[in-house]
Design a protein around this ligand. Sequence first.
Ligand SMILES: NC(=O)c1ccc[n+]([C@@H]2O[C@H](COP(=O)([O-])OP(=O)(O)OC[C@H]3O[C@@H](n4cnc5c(N)ncnc54)[C@H](OP(=O)(O)O)[C@@H]3O)[C@@H](O)[C@H]2O)c1
Length: 274
Amino acid sequence: MIAERNKFGFIGGGQMGEALIKGVLAAGLYQAAELTVAEPSAPRREVLAERYGVRVHPDAGPLWEECGVLVLAVKPQIMGAVLEQARPVADERKHLLISIAAGVSTAFIEDVLAPQPVRVVRVMPNTPALVLAGASALSPGRHADEDDLKLAEGIFAAVGRTVTLPETAMDAVTGLSGSGPAYVFTFLESLIDAGVKVGLSRDVAGLLARQTIAGSMQLVEEGGQSPAELRAMVTSPGGTTIAGLHALERGAFRSLIMDAVEAATRRSRELGGN
Ligand SMILES: NC(=O)c1ccc[n+]([C@@H]2O[C@H](COP(=O)([O-])OP(=O)(O)OC[C@H]3O[C@@H](n4cnc5c(N)ncnc54)[C@H](OP(=O)(O)O)[C@@H]3O)[C@@H](O)[C@H]2O)c1
């Protein structure tokens, strides 16, 4: 059942909540007057109201009354308390809950609100959602139907690309795309430092490194060739690139990236108590 229009709420107006608000407005999915945000911080409420023209409340109570779709965008540690408070008013016919809290399972949310069979979709977005270039994975809970999933997909498609996966894949998603921007930023910083090491100014190294990463991604997206084919194209026999690649191989670059994703996946599992 698609929840009623004109009633869309965000519980938590932090970084990720704001990214989604910006995305759904930019995509024209909702008008500012249709969105309500519950956010305890007064300065934050002012920023959101001023920047986006959305309605704001200091607590979530009115949102459970007014809204059919609720995005749960609070930190994982306080999710239990937020749901406990909602127990008397949560209604499976009225509410679709979309949780973006890392490590919080749909079963956890369903259990806190039981015996109501609440409709939950769990989503793992990432920070490029702030510039509408996010990567999000979605998993429906036990009671969510196709329309619920479609509605959630529409919201996250407005801030980037989406995939739907079984919930067992969420820790791996966290390790890859959730934590992934930090790996990319570290790679970018390393390239810039490397440019400085070989004699370029920091500004010049920054421009060249940023554009190299952005341009390479565009080539992958638009060129229709695999990363391996594109790499082979710029690796001439006995040339400069193979010398650089050899150094990466000596430092076990790929193995290190695999270790990083594996470590983050493991940590996600630990934090979620799985
Ligand atoms: N940022 C990411 O890359 C990312 C990626 C994937 C998933 N997530 C998930 O997204 C969620 C939000 O992350 P974030 O980075 O946006 O964190 P955040 O910036 O700290 O936002 C959380 C917001 O919720 C507010 N809040 C606290 N208690 C509340 C309550 N009872 N009712 C309503 N609002 C309340 C907080 O206000 P105060 O600051 O005043 O407490 C804060 O503004 C987290 O669960 C995180 O796991 C984040």
